[in-house]
Design a protein around this ligand. Structure first.
Ligand SMILES: C[S@@+](CC[C@H](N)C(=O)[O-])C[C@H]1O[C@@H](n2cnc3c(N)ncnc32)[C@H](O)[C@@H]1O
Length: 340
C-alpha cells in the first residue's frame, strides 16, 4: 500500500467525534501550528491539515497509535510531526521558536485500544489486565492485586461513580486472596458475581469498574489538569484550546478551568476583594458558554458521540497563571496503597 492509499484508508475507517465542531472552534489558518495532544487514529490532525495550509504536532503516549499512523503520515511531509509523550507535557514539545496557535484534546481511550484484547481495556475481550495507554507504570492487574481495599473502593467510587464500590472492592480482595487476578475476563466475572443480576437495557456490571481502573492506571484526570495548564503556557495570544470529554468528571474539570481562567479573580482571588483590578488578568476568553454536543445526524451514526462535550477558550495576552489543581473538581484520593 502506498502512503497515499494508507491515508485514504485511514480517512475511510475513522471519523472522530464532533470533528466539524472541533475544526470550527480551532479555526485553522495558513501558517498556524496546532498540537493534537491525543492523536489516536489521527482523525482531528487530518481534518486540521485539510482545513488550511498549517502544521500539526501529533502527540500520543501510546506508541502503537503513532506506529499505526506512520504509513500515511509521510504524505504530509513537514506539516505533520509525531511525538510520543503525555499531553501533560505538551508545552515541552514545540521548538523554542515555534508559536502554537491551537491545542486540541480528545480525552479518553481510542477504539483501537478498546478493540485490541491484549491491551486489557475491555471486559468484552479477554486479555491480560493491563489498561496502560503508554508503556510505563503499574498495570490494572498490579492495581487490583496490591491496592488496599479502601483505596480500591475509593477508585471505583470516585472514578467510576460506582455506587456499589465498597462491595465490589471487598469481592476483588476476597478473590485475589485465593489467586491473583490476571485477565479482563477474571475481573469481569468477579464483578458480575458480586453484582445484582443485570436488567434488560442496563450496562454490563463491570462497565464502571473498568472505567475507574483505566482512569486510575493512566492518571487521566491528573493528566487532564496538567494538559490544560500546559496549553495555557504554550498558546500564543489569540490561540485556541479545544477539549472534548466523555464523562462528567472530565467535563467538570474543563468547565472549571475555563471559568476560573476567564474571570478576573477567578483563579483563587475573592470576588469581593476591593478595587476594580482585584485578581489576575483572565488568561482565557471562553468560546463556549454551554458545551457543544453532537447533533442528530452524528448521533444516528455514532452512539459514542452521545456523551461527548466540547468546550473551547481563546488565549488572551495575560500571563499564564500558576498551576493549581485545587478547585477544579479533581476527586481527592489517598492513593498511597497503589503499586509503584
Ligand atoms: C479518544 S482517542 C483520540 C482520537 C483522535 N482524536 C482521533 O481523531 O483519532 C484518545 C487518544 O489519546 C491518547 N491519550 C490519552 N491520554 C493521553 C495523555 N495523557 N497523553 C498523551 N496521549 C494520551 C490515547 O492513547 C488515545 O490514543
Amino acid at each position: 500500500m502506498t502512503p497515499e492509499e494508507a491515508l485514504a484508508a485511514a480517512e475511510r475507517n475513522h471519523r472522530p467525534v464532533l470533528c466539524d465542531e472541533v475544526i470550527a472552534a480551532l479555526a485553522p489558518e495558513t501558517g498556524d501550528l496546532f498540537i493534537d495532544g491525543t492523536f489516536g487514529a489521527g482523525g482531528y490532525s487530518r481534518a486540521i491539515l485539510a482545513a488550511a495550509e498549517c502544521r500539526v504536532i501529533g502527540v500520543d503516549r501510546d506508541p502503537e497509535a503513532l506506529a499505526e499512523a506512520r504509513p500515511w503520515a509521510s504524505v504530509y511531509g513537514e506539516r505533520l510531526r509525531l511525538v510520543e509523550t503525555v499531553f501533560g507535557d505538551l508545552d515541552t514539545v514545540p521548538d523554542a521558536d515555534e508559536q502554537v496557535t491551537g491545542v486540541v484534546l480528545d480525552i479518553g481511550v481510542s477504539s483501537m485500544q478498546l478493540d485490541r484484547a491484549g491491551r486489557g481495556f475491555s471486559f468484552l475481550r479477554d486479555g491480560a489486565l493491563d489498561m496502560r495507554m503508554g508503556q510505563d507504570g503499574p498495570s490494572a492487574a498490579d492495581l487490583v492485586n496490591t491496592a488496599e481495599e479502601a483505596v480500591l473502593g475509593d477508585i471505583l467510587f470516585q472514578y467510576g461513580e460506582e455506587r456499589r464500590a465498597r462491595a465490589l472492592a471487598r469481592a476483588i480482595i476476597a478473590a485475589r486472596t485465593k489467586t491473583p487476578i490476571r485477565t479482563t475476563a477474571e475481573l469481569s466475572q468477579i464483578v458480575e458475581a458480586a453484582s445484582p443480576a443485570k436488567k434488560p437495557g442496563q450496562a454490563h456490571p463491570a462497565t464502571r469498574t473498568f472505567q475507574a481502573l483505566r482512569i486510575a492506571v493512566n492518571d487521566e484526570l491528573g493528566e487532564l489538569v496538567r494538559g490544560l495548564a500546559a496549553a495555557e503556557r504554550v498558546l500564543v495570544p489569540g490561540g485556541r484550546l479545544v477539549v472534548v470529554t466523555f464523562h462528567s468528571l472530565e467535563d467538570r474539570i474543563v468547565k472549571r478551568f475555563l471559568k476560573s481562567r476567564s474571570e478576573r479573580g477567578g483563579a483563587g482571588v475573592s470576588r469581593h476583594a476591593p478595587g476594580p483590578l482585584a485578581g489576575p488578568e483572565p488568561s482565557f476568553e471562553t468560546l463556549t458558554r454551554k458545551p457543544i454536543e453532537a447533533g442528530e445526524a452524528e448521533l444516528a451514526t455514532n452512539p459514542r458521540a452521545r456523551s461527548a462535550r466540547l468546550r473551547a477558550g481563546r488565549r488572551t495576552s495575560a500571563p499564564a497563571l500558576p498551576f493549581e489543581a485545587r478547585g477544579l473538581g479533581l476527586p481527592g484520593l489517598a492513593l498511597e496503597g497503589l503499586a509503584s
